[in-house]
Design a protein around this ligand. Structure first.
Ligand SMILES: NC(=O)c1ccc[n+]([C@@H]2O[C@H](COP(=O)([O-])OP(=O)(O)OC[C@H]3O[C@@H](n4cnc5c(N)ncnc54)[C@H](O)[C@@H]3O)[C@@H](O)[C@H]2O)c1
Length: 342
């Protein structure tokens, strides 16, 4: 990604991004990005968060995630307002800005929602695949049935053949829509709407939590032996579950530890959880490994078939940049997008 001085800025809207994304394999790119992090060829810096209350009283926020991946540099700005959904708007919207590696000038601006959802689902599946074969996933539970759940379902349906799917959402219409989508994608699976979160988690050997809760509620005892719980929305798993599960994996410990808005960061700051590779502290639970180490083969403890595993993916900009760089390169090659003058 190199631009001569004065080169136009390329803007890729959501339709361009969606089209170009069809030609890439997000799971392979995200897995490769984790390996690049493990090898010191990619990384992130601290994220910035701006939070406020929108005029309708709902929570709004803007996150800025700077990252680099081999020769690509940039940041994702991802904003969300809980009240958007009631007005028929997407909860989350944003932009990814790519920088020229030589001049540092911004060269690409990409609509971020699709890439952000894809990278989040791909990170979850990369983590799941590191601990379990997809072929062993027989029953999938979804807590929250919005954009992330839908993207996870689609990516999973292309790789696994579960026999059953349970979906739960506080908005019944959203649960019904995801259940319909699951029936179309997984024609062989029994799909049910669970009347409670416990009913969705209880039979599932894989649960994807993608709600907007800020009040943890998923108890350790809800998870059957051998279950994997992906804490995408970061505040569904209770302290008891985070501390008591047999294996706890994270994407990036430094990002989690710096954050005091999510439970795992608060537990770290309270001395109840220590990071992977840190000296163990009596009475504190240790994170088993980060996903870069796990995927790179640097974690040697085999995950037992009965182990209850929690994957806590805070969200690393490195995956957004890795995916966006591929989309940007494909756009240049196929002359897509709108060139903006500076
Ligand atoms: N960890 C990451 O990297 C990462 C990345 C992107 C998004 N996220 C998080 O994922 C979550 C979901 O994002 P989305 O875009 O799908 O949002 P969305 O608004 O499209 O969907 C969220 C769904 O959760 C439901 N819900 C809210 N509280 C619930 C509860 N207690 N129980 C059951 N259902 C509940 C809502 O009705 C809605 O249908 C958000 O919290 C977002 O911040 C995490």
């Amino acid at each position: 990604m190199t631009a001569a001085a004065g080169q136009a800025l390329l803007y890729l809207d959501s339709a361009d991004v969606a089209d170009l994304c069809q030609a890439i394999d997000p799971l392979a790119i995200v897995t490769g990005a984790f390996l690049a992090v493990a090898a010191g060829r990619a990384g992130v810096t601290a994220e910035a968060a701006l939070r406020w209350t929108a005029p309708d009283g709902t929570a709004a926020r803007s996150l800025v995630l700077p990252a680099w991946h081999t020769e690509s540099y940039g940041c994702k700005i991802i904003n969300a307002c809980i009240g958007n959904v009631a007005h028929g708007l997407p909860r989350a919207q944003g932009l990814i800005v790519l920088f020229d590696p030589v001049t540092a000038a911004p060269v690409g601006v990409l609509e971020a929602a699709r890439i952000s959802a894809m990278r989040t689902a791909a990170v979850s599946l990369a983590g799941v695949r590191a601990v379990r074969e997809f072929s062993t996933v027989r029953h999938v539970g979804f807590l929250g049935c919005g954009t992330q759940a839908r993207t996870h379902l689609e990516m999973l349906a292309a790789r696994a053949q579960p026999e059953a799917v349970s979906v739960h959402d506080t908005e019944p219409g959203r649960a019904a829509a995801l259940a319909d989508h699951a029936r179309k994608l997984l024609t062989q699976a029994k799909v049910e709407i669970a009347g409670s979160p416990e009913a969705a988690v209880g039979p599932a050997d894989l649960t994807i939590a993608a709600t907007t809760t800020t009040t943890p509620y998923v108890a350790l005892r809800w998870l059957p032996a051998g279950a994997t719980f992906v804490n995408v929305s970061l505040d569904d798993a209770t302290e008891e579950l985070l501390l008591g599960c047999e294996r706890l994996f994270v994407d990036d410990w430094s990002l989690i530890r710096q954050d005091n808005t999510r439970l795992l960061g608060r537990l770290a700051q309270a001395g109840k959880v220590t990071g992977p590779g840190e000296p163990s502290v009596t009475g504190a639970r240790q994170v088993d490994a980060d996903l870069a180490t796990l995927l790179g083969g640097g974690y040697s403890e085999p995950v037992g078939p009965a182990d209850r595993v929690v994957i806590n993916p805070f969200g690393m900009g490195v995956h957004d940049i890795a995916l966006a760089a591929q989309v940007y390169a494909a756009a240049l090659a196929s002359d897509r997008g709108v060139r903006l003058t500076r």
